[in-house]
Design a protein around this ligand. Structure first.
Ligand SMILES: Nc1ncnc2c1ncn2[C@@H]1O[C@H](COP(=O)(O)OP(=O)(O)OP(=O)(O)O)[C@@H](O)[C@H]1O
Ligand SMILES: [Mg+2]
Length: 339
């Protein structure tokens, strides 16, 4: 099962799978390191799905993509009337991940002030909502990931050493694809099997595999996935030889544009799967929708660099309506500037 999720025949991937097996039923935090596109989220997901927590939610947050002022309330939630001026209560991701796994992606980008708070939460296994008084116990497994060198960041004073040791109880290091060319064949096969139209599935010759294995893969597995996806479009039902492989690699500038599109597809797919929503006691559709509205508005603001008019257009609201909702959700001027 783990080998179906984390594909590869290299020694490096074999030890990644071993580490996953060690870690599945531990509570200890896992730190996954490796360059962009090498499969960090794949590994985090595999740990969750192979663990006893598989029926619980898997919630991912990208610490680099959320404005500093908002991460705390995103993670820990906030009480109505807290410093953000919010009128309603917001349940944070820690509470939403109850009984499951919280994936802290790009943890190296987390601001120092929040690193202190995260460390305390891990040690106390309890959170406090922003503006709240009581400690709320949480049962959440933390998996963190980064493509940065945290040791260097520690030396530079940008990452707390104590948090590093807390997160890195189980370290999993994924090398770049160029360092494990043996995996190219299995991964290519894996992505071909995933293509929707099986009739159009091309066959990859040994020469083509050898050519792909020699390529440097700056975008790692994500780039290979895109090359294979394009192979199914360019050469449906055909055999890909050495020349075709060459063509797929030289056309790769188109491929990297495609890579971004596929990432969005990834997100859409992830979201269309098992919903992390739990209908626990006290669940209210109304307040859930409110939270969702708030989250999407912040996302729109972030995407538009904080320009309200643009963000309003993005979500198809009148500017005035958007501003009114910002006020109601306690999305403040500071938030917007940070965005
Ligand atoms: N070992 C693997 N087996 C199967 N699929 C993989 C593997 N490694 C990566 N992939 C695929 O490659 C793509 C990129 O993987 P993933 O998103 O996990 O990378 P990442 O390390 O989190 O990248 P980033 O640092 O950019 O967030 C995904 O489509 C994923 O399914
Ligand atoms: Mg990732």
């Amino acid at each position: 099962m783990i080998s179906e999720m984390v594909v590869g025949s290299s020694d490096a991937i074999a030890s990644v799978r071993t580490m996953i097996r060690f870690s599945i039923n531990a509570m200890a935090s896992v730190l996954i390191t490796g360059p962009s596109g090498c499969g960090k989220e794949v590994v985090a997901n595999a740990i969750h799905r192979a663990s006893k927590r598989a029926d619980g939610p898997f919630i991912a947050i990208n610490s680099g993509a959320i404005p500093t002022e908002l991460i705390e309330s995103e993670l820990f939630g906030h009480e109505g009337g807290s410093f953000t001026g919010a009128s309603g209560r917001h349940i944070g991701l820690f509470e939403q991940a109850e009984g499951g796994t919280l994936f802290l992606d790009e943890v190296g980008e987390m601001p120092l002030s929040l690193q202190v708070k995260l460390l305390r939460v891990i040690e106390e296994r309890a959170i406090r909502r922003v503006g709240g008084k009581k400690q709320i116990p949480v049962n959440v497994r933390i998996i963190a990931a980064t493509n940065r060198d945290l040791q260097k960041q520690i030396a530079a004073g940008d990452f707390r050493e104590d948090l590093f040791y807390r997160l890195c109880v189980i370290p999993i290091c994924i090398p770049s694809l160029a360092e494990r060319p043996e995996d190219v064949a299995a991964l290519a096969e894996h992505f071909l099997n995933q293509s929707e139209d099986h009739g159009a599935r091309p066959t990859i010759s040994d020469e083509a595999v050898a050519r792909l294995a020699r390529y440097s893969w700056p975008g790692n597995v994500r780039e290979l996935r895109n090359v294979i996806e394009r192979a199914t479009i360019f050469f449906p039902g055909q055999t890909i030889g050495r020349e075709e492989a060459e063509l797929l690699l030289t056309e790769r500038s188109v491929g990297s544009m495609h890579a971004e599109m596929t990432d969005l597809d990834d997100i859409a797919q992830d979201n269309s799967g098992d919903s992390p929503v739990r209908f626990t006691d006290g669940f209210s559709l109304q307040s859930h929708l409110q939270d969702e509205e708030r989250r999407l508005m912040i996302e729109a603001l972030v995407e538009c660099g904080g320009v309200i008019a643009k963000a309003a257009r993005l979500v198809d609201l009148q500017r005035t309506t958007f501003v009114e909702k910002m006020r109601r959700h306690g999305i403040t001027r500071d938030d917007r500037q940070a965005a």
